[in-house]
Design a protein around this ligand. Structure first.
Ligand code: PLP
Ligand code: ZN
Length: 417
């Protein structure tokens, strides 16, 4: 391969203005997020799946389709190529024989946010950026602080006080400047926007920098490669800002343009929580954009986003693939999280558990058909959300024997829970 990256330019999906990738750009003049384009025609002539054989087991194996132009600027902690795991037992229970989980829990920082951070921070480094700022529900801030630390870039992170506490520690240990706001991610966003005006930091907010999505699209590239370029029928994704879903859709479109996949694209499903479901509401009303969701609240904190800047792109991906959007309640999410651990040994995050609940519902109502291949995204490890699980250990004194009654106790508790 001649070039490390075949990136060509940035373009606006709304007004079609174009911008150079060698300069710092955020939103289009018209206010829309920008999209990264590649020289796919040229690449198509020389790039084949066989070129991936023997490459490193990280997302950088797809460097031709990533925006970083020189390998020296790559900031990596070994992210990518997460397992695609068959979920036989829970699949059987749901009557989905071919159910797979793409498990993002093993990535650095424990969530798929590492993908966006790795590519976004690498590109920021390539652009010579010294200081970044972003609002976050926790996981993105954690990932970006740590990757920025590795790149020698300073970071300013603003998150809601209710965000998972562990993510504060991750920002702190990385040396980020951390601010907590008594509000939602949208409030954090306004504070960051003001800070950027005042201090000229690099705006790393969701979709206000074009490269995070390129990192997240590697989930789509990996699913295709791991399924040997035969796509599943349905992919379910827990949708907050929606970057992951937009990214997966973009990856599949690029692979189709390269001629690496021929099948119909999978039906993409945006899964949200009942306490915050702006995309679901918009989809049900057949709208192109969502409205701000008031009093947003859910245990699945990563998808607690009342209004996403890229909502129109998420909805387009759903409409174009004949997918759907579905909301699930917190009680079912937490029950499912437990079932997945008990049946499959996987400790998934609440956002990931939401996709299982959605798959179950969509199979029940026939939207997912008999024999279809279904991939659910577990976007992070459950270990990052210790407060959603209540352990009920039996207390013993040193030297005390385990009595039969304690086993009965366990059984009782199981019935109780
Ligand atoms: C951020 C996040 C999501 C939502 O991802 P988007 O791509 O912003 O929609 C889902 N799950 C977890 C664990 C997250 O951290
Ligand atoms: Zn524009």
């Amino acid at each position: 391969m001649e070039l490390y990256s075949y990136v060509s330019h940035l373009a606006c999906p709304k007004c079609h203005r174009t911008y150079r990738v060698e300069e710092e750009h955020h939103l289009c003049l018209c206010g829309s997020p920008l999209r990264v384009h590649y020289h796919l025609e040229e690449l198509k002539k020389i790039y084949r799946p066989v070129h991936l054989t023997g490459r490193e087991n990280t997302l950088w194996r797809y460097h031709e389709l990533l925006p970083v132009q020189t390998p020296e600027h790559v900031v990596s902690l070994g992210e990518g190529m997460t397992p695609l795991i068959p979920m036989f037992k829970i699949g059987q229970e749901m009557n989905i024989a071919k159910l797979y989980m793409k498990d993002e829990g093993s990535l650095p920082t424990g969530t798929f946010k590492a993908r966006g951070a790795a590519v976004g921070v690498s590109k920021a480094k390539e652009l010579g950026i010294r200081e970044i700022a972003m609002p976050t529900n926790g996981n993105a801030g954690a990932a970006w602080s740590l990757y920025a630390a590795r790149a020698g870039i300073r970071s300013h992170i603003v998150m809601p006080v209710d965000a998972p506490e562990i993510t504060r520690s991750e920002c702190a240990i990385a040396g980020a400047r951390l601010y907590l706001v008594n509000g939602l991610i949208s409030d954090a966003g306004k504070i960051v926007a003001q800070g950027i005006q005042d201090f000229h930091w690099y705006d790393a907010s969701t979709l206000k920098e074009p490269y995070r999505i390129e990192g997240k699209k590697t989930m789509g590239l990996e699913i295709a490669e791991q399924m040997e370029w035969k796509l599943p029928d349905v992919i379910l994704y827990p949708t907050g800002g929606g970057v992951g879903l937009i990214g997966i859709y973009k990856a599949l479109q690029e692979l189709r343009e390269l001629g690496w996949i021929q099948d119909r694209l999978p039906r993409l499903v945006a899964v949200q929580a009942e306490g915050c479901a702006p995309i679901v509401k918009a989809w049900e009303e057949k709208k192109r954009e969502s409205e701000y969701w008031h009093n947003a609240s859910t245990v699945a904190f990563g998808i607690n986003v009342p209004k996403a800047l890229g909502d129109f792109l998420v909805l387009e991906a759903i409409y174009q693939t004949e997918g759907c959007a579905i909301a699930v309640d917190d009680t079912s999410i937490l029950e499912e999280q437990k079932r997945i651990a008990r049946l499959e040994g996987a400790f998934v995050c609440p956002e990931g558990a939401a996709t299982f609940v959605a798959a179950r519902r969509l199979r029940e109502n026939g939207w997912i058909q008999e024999g279809e291949t279904v991939v659910v995204l577990n976007t992070g490890t459950g270990i990052k959300y210790p407060r959603t699980i209540q352990a009920k250990p039996l207390m013993l004194q040193p030297g005390e024997r385990i009595a039969m009654k304690s086993r009965e106790g366990m059984a009782d508790r199981e019935v109780e829970s």
